[in-house]
Write a protein that binds this ligand. Structure first.
Ligand code: PXG
Length: 465
């Protein structure tokens, strides 16, 4: 049952005291925040009693859906046994060890490289800060301290700390706070729909986009480059799915120049693309893998880095203290919840379900949305998907950004009971991995109604031919 909430009172307190992330404070104060009070399975409810289908899994994290008692009991049991202890001063705790071993067993070995070690944090951002520290320590230990530069991608998202926001390629974030920090630079994103040339195939474009990495390495000097970081599929950048040719070519280039490859799988791991880890799907061999979100299905904060043999061997065998870590590195409650979450995912075979059942079904239903007059492209990868809204299906002409067509569509979604995100005019979803076929049908018909409502508005405003 929904606990009764005085919406106006909570909104007033929210306005008075709570500075929200990535928010125009003045604008939100003017309208008042939507108060979410409870959730079950794939639905959330607000304080006014509206039921909303959450096609974003919270913020790309609630992979097992809401209301899973097993996760709550695991937290309760661990809090009663050992709510906290640190892992700094030659101490450890059972859930942190068990989870590290479990993750090492889940991460597939590729090309003779395995992941036997985990470094813990509490979020994706912190994990990427750890990556920067670890990568630089690795090259220092190998006597190549001049290898400092980390290359990321435009519109990549790697978090919001100083290092995370610098690794990411979001211009709005760089514009605030003198970012990126030194020795981080970016190449273009593998977004065929926007950057492909007339007559170019998607695979030709994939090779060209990967080639930007080689150009950048040569421009900087290979002996200055420490690592390349990328998301398997760009998430916050708008579910940008790379052409098939992209990742193999990236692998060839990082191998050629000996630079480390960091796969930021904060969104893509734990079933999202139909595998425990996404590098397996795309067939590349990262040295470090960032994870967070889905490892606990968002029930409690936890993140970390899977450290591959190449880096672990140097860090461990060369000795010397690694001067880096967090109060909550290996938090016993977070790790116990993660173990319960992985148990559930394994029991319900969620990665396999995405790969062989609901992923292909979503792909089929999404292809139908591609027929809609407003949609220029509809594509999915596992259980994430994007739709591009266009003025003209044949020419892919974009709407003027000042029209805010994506935001218009998003507001129809909220009104009609669907959470779908807008990144510019790309509408994106990443629903919980427990969705049934009937719920996929329900979601797709809601999306269609939102598209129809947006189309009607644009026609009424004379924005379509
Ligand atoms: N890497 C990736 C690939 C992410 O998607 C982070 C790192 C940072 O994780 P933390 O836990 O520090 O937030 C993320 C987070 C959006 C949105 O608007 C996406 C994220 C976070 C907030 C908003 O899509 N992804």
């Amino acid at each position: 049952m929904n606990t009764p909430v005085d919406t106006a009172h909570i909104q007033a307190q929210d306005r008075a005291h709570f500075l929200h992330p990535f928010t125009d404070f003045k604008d939100l104060a003017g309208r008042g925040a939507r108060v979410i009070t409870r959730a079950e399975n794939i639905y959330v409810w607000d304080s006014e009693g509206h039921k909303i289908l959450d096609a974003m899994s919270g913020l790309w994290c609630v992979n097992v859906g809401y209301g899973r008692e097993e996760l709550a009991s695991a937290a309760y049991r661990q809090m009663m046994a050992l709510p906290y202890y640190n892992s700094f001063f030659q101490t450890t705790n059972v859930p942190a060890v068990q989870l590290a071993a479990r993750l090492a067993a889940l991460a597939p070995e590729v090309g003779g490289r395995s992941f036997q070690h985990v470094f813990y944090s509490s979020s994706g951002s912190e994990s990427n800060d750890s990556n920067v520290r670890m990568v630089r320590r690795y090259w220092d230990l190998l006597g190549q301290p001049e290898r400092k530069v980390i290359i990321g991608r435009i519109n990549g998202y790697h978090g919001s700390t100083m290092a995370g926001a610098s690794l990411g390629g979001m211009s709005g974030m760089h514009a605030q706070g003198d970012l990126p920090i030194p020795n981080i630079t970016h190449i273009g994103q593998p977004y065929f729909y926007e950057l492909g040339r007339p007559g170019e195939t998607s695979d030709e474009f994939g090779l060209r986009a990967a080639g930007w990495l080689e150009e950048k390495i040569l421009e900087l000097g290979a002996d200055k480059v420490a690592a390349f970081i990328a998301e398997p599929v760009q998430g916050a950048g708008g579910v940008i799915i790379p052409p098939d040719s992209y990742w193999p070519e990236i692998q060839r280039i990082v191998d050629k120049y000996g630079i480390l490859l960091i796969s930021d799988e904060v969104i893509c791991a734990f079933g999202r693309v139909g595998h425990w880890f996404a590098y397996e799907k795309f067939g590349y061999r990262p040295d470090l893998v960032t994870f967070a979100k889905g490892v606990t299905s968002g029930y409690i904060p936890l993140g970390g880095v899977m450290v591959g043999d190449r880096v672990a061997r140097v860090l461990i065998e060369q000795g010397g203290e690694f001067n880096h870590g967090y109060t909550y590195s290996g938090h016993p409650v977070a790790c116990a919840v993660a173990l319960a979450n992985l148990d559930l995912m394994e029991k319900e075979n969620l990665p396999g379900r995405v790969k062989n059942d609901i992923g292909p079904y979503l792909a089929r239903r999404f292809a139908e949305l591609g027929e809609h007059p407003l949609v220029g492209l509809a594509e999915t990868c596992g259980f994430m998907a994007g739709l591009v809204l266009t003025r003209n299906k044949a020419t892919h002409e974009a709407f003027k950004p000042e029209l805010g067509v994506g935001m218009l569509c998003r507001s129809h979604c909220f009104r009609l009971g669907l959470i779908m995100r807008a990144v510019g005019d790309r509408m994106i979803i990443a629903p919980p991995l427990v969705m049934t076929h009937a719920q996929i049908d329900e979601m797709v018909s809601l999306i269609r109604r939102c598209l129809d409502a947006t189309l009607a508005d644009l026609r009424a405003a004379g924005q379509l031919d």
